[in-house]
Write a protein that binds this ligand. Structure first.
Ligand code: SF4
Ligand code: SF4
Ligand code: FES
Length: 239
């Protein structure tokens, strides 16, 4: 892989062609806030929290670091007055849309951002980062959920808000949600995901009895891989 040398906050760093600024920054433990990014899915540039300033030749501009490819000699600044101001407004708008999210408040505290009382408050709990939708589609491979509506009414849901036949109740979307608003519960032998109106029976590992896969996951994996049931239902610890 072709190496690329550039600078982040005055420090010389090395990345590879095709990587983004955020990926390299993370490898060097340089903090850039990022709500809609996850290394397992394609960037979507929805939250704008990862804004940084890039100087390339004589030109300086603000870019989203989660999808901006690194190149030789660029100079990246992760914090200055302008960046802080932009991030502050973005975060204040998110807090106005979703006023009761502890994860947003934690981030606001870390960045020294306070709520903006002039912004009209809504009562949502989803920041529309799309990580659940992209994970379901790109990692799990089922597209059980998606965006619906536009502007203020835009939201993530199952088709017609009904129990999605595609959802295999794997829980991957709950794991990636950056603000923890996709509840997942295991009760009486079922895994339940109320946000998607779906539950599925849990199947025990044939060796240790641990409730491991859901019935819907097993059906999906059998069709996809053709592997025998025993192999699929054996939990990672017993393999
Ligand atoms: S639990 Fe359902 S919606 Fe969530 S990632 Fe798995 S299949 Fe998709
Ligand atoms: S439910 Fe969570 S992961 Fe999905 S779009 Fe909303 S905030 Fe993002
Ligand atoms: S993490 Fe880059 S726009 Fe959200």
């Amino acid at each position: 892989m072709e190496k690329v040398r550039f600078v982040i906050d005055g420090k010389e760093v090395e990345g590879y062609k095709g990587e983004t600024i955020l990926q390299v920054a993370r490898r060097y433990n340089i903090f850039i806030p990022a709500l809609c990014y996850h290394e397992e899915v394609k960037p979507y540039s929805a939250c704008r929290m990862c804004l940084v300033q890039v100087k390339k030749g004589k030109r300086t501009r603000l870019v989203t670091s989660c999808d901006y490819p690194v190149s030789e000699g660029i100079e990246v600044t992760t914090r200055n007055e302008l960046i802080d101001k932009c991030r502050k407004v973005v975060l204040q708008l998110l807090m106005a849309r979703c006023p009761n999210l502890p994860k947003l408040r934690e981030l606001a505290q870390k960045l020294g951002v306070e709520e903006q009382p002039r912004f009209v408050k809504s009562n949502d709990d989803c920041i529309l980062c799309g990580l659940c939708v992209r994970t379901c589609e790109q990692v799990v491979g089922v597209s059980a959920i998606g965006f619906e509506g536009r502007g203020f009414t835009r939201r993530v849901c199952t088709p017609f808000d009904e129990e999605s036949p595609q959802c295999i109740v794997c829980g991957a979307c709950a794991v990636v949600c950056p603000v923890d608003v996709i509840p997942i519960e295991e009760k009486d032998g079922y895994r339940i995901m109320p946000r998607w109106n779906k539950e599925s029976k849990l199947i025990p590992c044939p060796k240790c009895g641990r409730l491991y896969l859901t019935e819907d996951q097993l059906k999906f994996l059998r069709e996809k891989t053709g592997l025998p049931e025993e192999e699929l239902t054996t939990c990672p610890d017993c393999r």
